[in-house]
Ligand binder design. Structure first.
Ligand code: FPP
Length: 227
């Protein structure tokens, strides 16, 4: 969800206004995905590197995170949406951690789309924390280090047992991953658009999905067209 700052700067507004407008794009995107049968939507709301921004901006983003948890949870519930949060939540205040835990609990039995919010998340952090768990199993004698497989790592990642990532969308014209997911996107399709996140809309999402549907996924094989 990149480009909030530039959206605001173009309008001579404080960056915080871009993030606020970004929340509206989040709402529209969640609604559109949920209504159109997307199984899981993962939003990169706060990267592990974002905490190195100014204290003021980190505070703005943290406040927005709390406000979103408080104002949107009942709407998510009405729409049968489940919630998962991935990332190192220890960075955030107790109040945010409690609000996140109670939202996850309230929505846990919902059967519709799963919404995943990546907060203080980094793909490298995720692989590192999974590796530590596998190392612990080696120490405990559960796994011989010579037998460690990619499945052993996958099983301990934040998105273990979740559907694979089909499509990754990055807004704002930057063509990089910025430490998002990494392991999980080994065979994902990538879609980059110049649209700034606050201007992202249901119709922009439709264009991304249409592009995705024209791709031939081969997953490293030579088959002409995979499902
Ligand atoms: C990137 O834009 C965006 C972020 C770092 C924050 C994204 C957060 C939201 C959209 C609101 C909160 C959402 C949830 C789900 C709680 P940028 O600031 O890097 O923009 P720039 O590259 O133009 O400066």
């Amino acid at each position: 969800m990149d480009g909030n700052g530039r959206w605001a700067q173009k309008r001579l507004l404080p960056r915080a206004r871009g993030h606020q407008k970004g929340v509206k794009a989040v709402r529209d995107t969640v609604r559109h995905c949920s209504e159109n049968g997307v199984a899981m939507l993962t939003l990169f709301a706060f990267s592990s590197e974002n905490k190195n921004r100014s204290g003021e901006e980190v505070l703005t983003l943290s406040k927005l995170f709390l406000a979103v948890l408080k104002s949107e949870t009942s709407k998510l519930h009405k729409n049968n949406i489940k919630l998962k949060i991935i990332g190192d939540m220890s960075l955030f205040s107790k109040e945010i951690q409690v609000a996140a835990a109670s939202a996850i609990e309230l929505l846990q039995n919902n059967t519709g789309m799963a919404l995943v919010i990546a907060a203080n998340y980094g793909g490298q952090w995720d692989i590192t924390q999974a590796t530590k768990k596998v190392a612990q199993l080696c120490v405990e004698g559960e796994i011989d280090y010579k037998d460690i497989s990619s499945d052993d790592i996958s099983k301990h990642l934040s998105l273990a047992n979740e559907p694979s990532v089909d499509l990754l969308i990055r807004t704002s014209g930057e063509i990089r991953l910025s430490n998002f997911l990494l392991w999980d996107i080994a065979y994902s399709e990538m879609y980059f658009t110049d649209v700034l996140w606050p201007d992202f809309s249901a119709s922009e999402l439709d264009i991304a999905v249409k592009t995705y549907n024209q791709r031939h996924r081969r997953f490293g094989t030579r088959q002409e067209k995979a499902q």
